[in-house]
Design a protein around this ligand. Sequence first.
Ligand code: ZN
Length: 119
Amino acid sequence: MLKGGCHCGAVSFEVKTSLEWITECNCSACRKLGTVWAHADEGEINVDMADGATLSYIWGDKTLAFHTCRTCGSTTHWTSLNKAESTRMAVNVKLVDPSEIRDMRLRHFDGADSWQYLD
Ligand SMILES: [Zn+2]
């Protein structure tokens, strides 16, 4: 179970399932946000924050929204914008204590081009 949160504490999250890997994606958004993601279904992740605590950033084909803390600027998670199509989401494990993810497998996802894992 991973727990993390933004720098100022306005947004926190908990992944309630155990994950086999975490993912670094090379798409233009993930690369510039500097994120490493833990993906799960929405039912397996709790995000605790007040309404409006984050700014959401939506781009490209508008399938998901990146959330960034309005106070401290940490990118915390992304959510699906079309729940009929996908209820997957992810939290940014850069906001988790490093000791919690040290032994996890890190996979590289080619979101910039082939949309496949590179291993
Ligand atoms: Zn914050």
